[in-house]
Structures are given as structure tokens and as C-alpha cells.
Design a binder for this molecule. Structure first.
Ligand code: NAP
Length: 316
């Protein structure tokens, strides 16, 4: 297929483009920042500059490149500035998930694009009652913290707009595997504490596994909604100390809820103490996908471990 990857130069785009080419797809990859064209070309795709928030530019790139499929992976997380409000931190990404998605869907409709796959998110979104692990059929959080309402609404918009148009929304777990992962930097410096009882559950996914699931989703008739997460949703009090150990950092600090709320905002406290993880059963059954790193434990070791840890991984 001729595939337009929007956000080909990003963390997942860089893993996705080579896997698409390996599966005999012809790829056009968009970038926005200077230097992106060379980066996309080096991955084996034809580069195209695009600001997905410019609906006219979206229309012309889609009509000119005439893809059979579009994969929307544009986010703006690399240079985000920390704020106690998640909505402020994610403002640009929220626009890409709402306005950017709408512009791409409108252009796709006009150009007769057959397949549409887009990046959504699984963690921190499901209702914070009942079981600690949720399926795609479970309700989303009806009352997100006030500072995360726009962020949740943007993801909900993307899910509904994409599936409403017959496409596939992939609710990825928290990405890891990039050498410059911001989370790992924070853990190394002990800037990422366990908050309260650390009972909030997180679902992770290695970037290579996320890319592999995306290639499979492209072959899937929509509409579809899939959690693309590993097999082991885990509470913060478990995964965070283990990540610190793997990267050779001192154990994380512990902050009571009220201090974390003052320092990092209510959204962070809710994530750390109440959030639910996600089940990948549907993606495995319907996409025929099997993660290469079924657990973040082995994935973290492979991505960030010291040689001794990696040797343990290889033996187990
Ligand atoms: N995606 C997630 O849900 C998530 C969640 C938490 C943490 N992280 C971490 O955040 C880091 C960066 O993540 P990322 O790759 O998702 O973000 P990113 O590198 O900021 O951007 C992803 C892609 O979107 C493109 N893009 C940005 N603004 C655009 C616009 N207005 N129009 C069209 N394209 C645009 C980027 O182009 P340029 O490269 O040319 O700017 C890039 O190709 C990684 O370390 C990741 O692990 C990601």
C-alpha cells in the first residue's frame, strides 16, 4: 500500500517507517522541524513537510501524495514544558489530536483514502472504579481531574472521530525504548517519586511492539479500537523502583499525596494513585499481534539495562 505516515520523524514514526517498508509498503513520511526531511529519507520514506494544524496544507499534501492509507502519529511531546496542569503541558498535542485529526479525516475522505489509523492513548484514561485492568469496552473516566479535562476530551475526540469514519484508533500504552526517553532521565536524577501508595496502574509498550501492532492494524478493516499495551499492567510502586534499579539509579523518593499535589498538580496524583491499566486481549485476538516484550520488566532491561541485566534477559 501507499502509506502516508504523519509524524514519521517522531519516536514511534522512526520505528514504524522501516517496519512498513519491510512489509512492502511504499511510505511518504511527514515531518515539521528542520532536519526532518533528511531523517525521513534516511528511514527509506519520501519526505513531505507538513503542519497538521494547517488544514489547507493537510489537504494539499494528501491530495498530492494520493495515499491508500494514512497513519496519524503526530504529537508534540518532545519539547513540552512541564506544568502542574496536564492540559497546559499537552496543549499542542491536544490540538493535533482534535483539529489535526479532523483535518486529516476530511482530506482522507476527499482523496478516497481506504485506511486510516491514528495514535490514541490507553493509560490514565479509563474509569477509576472497579477492576484495575480495563478493556476497550469499559467506560472512560467520566470525571477526569480538572487540569486534565481538555487532554482527556482530545483523546476521546480522536477515538470517536476516527472510528466514526471507519478507521482504527490505537490506544498505546506509555511508550518506552527511546534512548533519550524523558522518563528515564527523570528517574536517573531521582526527580520522579512514588506518590502516595503508588497504587495507580500503568500499561507500557515498547516502541518496536507499538510499531508492529500498527503495521498489523493497517491490514485490518475498520472501525476498530485497540489497547496496544504489554501483558503486565503494573502499579507505580512496582514499576518505578524496578526501572530505577535497571538504570542504575538510587531508589525513587516517596512523596505523600498532598506534597505531590502542590508540586506536580492533581492530575499527577490521580495518575499515581488511582489510574487503571489496559488489557491487550482484543488486539492479540483480532490483529494477530504478539508483543516481543510481553512485560515492561524485560523491555526496560533490554532498552536501558546495564550489560549484566541484559545478559540476564537473554538467558531467561
Ligand atoms: N506519544 C505519547 O503518547 C507519549 C507519551 C508520553 C511520553 N512520550 C515521549 O515523548 C517523546 C517524544 O514523543 P513523540 O515522538 O510522540 O513526539 P514528537 O517527537 O514531539 O513528535 C512526533 C511527530 O509529530 C510531528 N509533529 C509535531 N508537531 C506537528 C505538527 N504541528 N504537524 C505535523 N506533525 C507534527 C513531529 O515532527 P518533527 O519531529 O519534525 O517535529 C514528529 O514527527 C518520546 O520520548 C516519547 O516516549 C510520548
Amino acid at each position: 500500500m501507499r502509506v502516508l505516515v504523519v509524524g514519521a520523524s517522531g519516536a514511534i514514526g522512526r520505528r514504524l517507517v522501516p517496519q512498513l517498508i519491510d512489509h512492502d509498503h511504499e511510505v511518504i513520511g511527514t515531518f515539521r522541524s528542520a532536519g526532518g526531511a533528511e531523517q525521513v529519507r534516511a528511514l527509506g520514506a519520501k519526505p513531505a513537510a507538513l503542519d497538521a494544524l494547517d488544514a489547507r496544507a493537510v489537504r494539499s499534501v494528501v491530495l498530492e501524495t494520493a495515499p491508500e492509507a494514512i497513519i496519524h502519529q503526530a504529537t508534540a511531546l518532545t519539547h513540552m514544558r512541564f506544568s502542574r496542569s496536564l492540559d497546559r503541558t499537552f496543549a499542542a498535542t491536544n490540538r493535533l489530536r482534535s483539529e489535526g485529526t479532523d483535518a486529516l479525516l476530511a482530506a482522507a475522505r476527499e482523496a478516497g483514502v481506504r485506511r486510516f489509523v491514528a495514535q490514541s492513548f490507553a493509560s490514565y484514561r479509563y474509569e477509576r472504579t472497579g477492576s484495575m485492568v480495563k478493556t476497550e469496552d469499559d467506560p472512560l473516566d467520566p470525571a477526569p481531574p480538572p487540569t486534565a479535562r481538555e487532554t482527556n476530551a482530545a483523546m476521546r475526540h480522536l477515538d470517536e472521530a476516527v472510528t466514526g469514519a471507519g478507521g482504527v484508533a490505537l490506544r498505546y500504552g506509555g511508550f518506552y525504548g527511546a534512548s533519550d526517553d524523558a522518563l528515564v532521565g527523570l528517574v536517573r536524577r531521582r526527580f520522579y517519586p512514588v506518590v502516595g501508595d503508588g497504587a495507580g496502574v500503568m500499561s507500557f509498550i515498547h516502541l518496536d511492539d507499538a510499531a508492529a501492532a500498527t503495521v498489523l492494524a493497517l491490514q485490518h478493516e475498520g472501525p476498530g479500537l485497540y489497547n496496544i499495551v504489554d501483558d503486565e499492567p503494573a502499579p507505580m510502586r512496582e514499576w518505578l523502583p524496578e526501572l530505577a534499579r535497571i538504570v542504575g539509579a538510587k531508589p525513587p523518593r516517596h512523596f505523600p499525596d498532598w506534597i505531590a499535589k502542590v508540586v506536580a498538580g492533581d492530575g499527577m496524583v490521580v495518575m499515581a494513585t488511582q489510574s487503571r491499566g489496559a488489557s491487550n486481549a482484543r488486539a492479540k485476538a483480532e490483529l494477530g499481534w504478539t508483543p516481543r516484550y510481553p512485560s515492561w520488566r524485560e523491555g526496560f532491561r533490554a532498552a536501558y539495562g546495564r550489560p549484566a541485566d541484559s545478559a540476564v534477559t537473554a538467558r531467561t
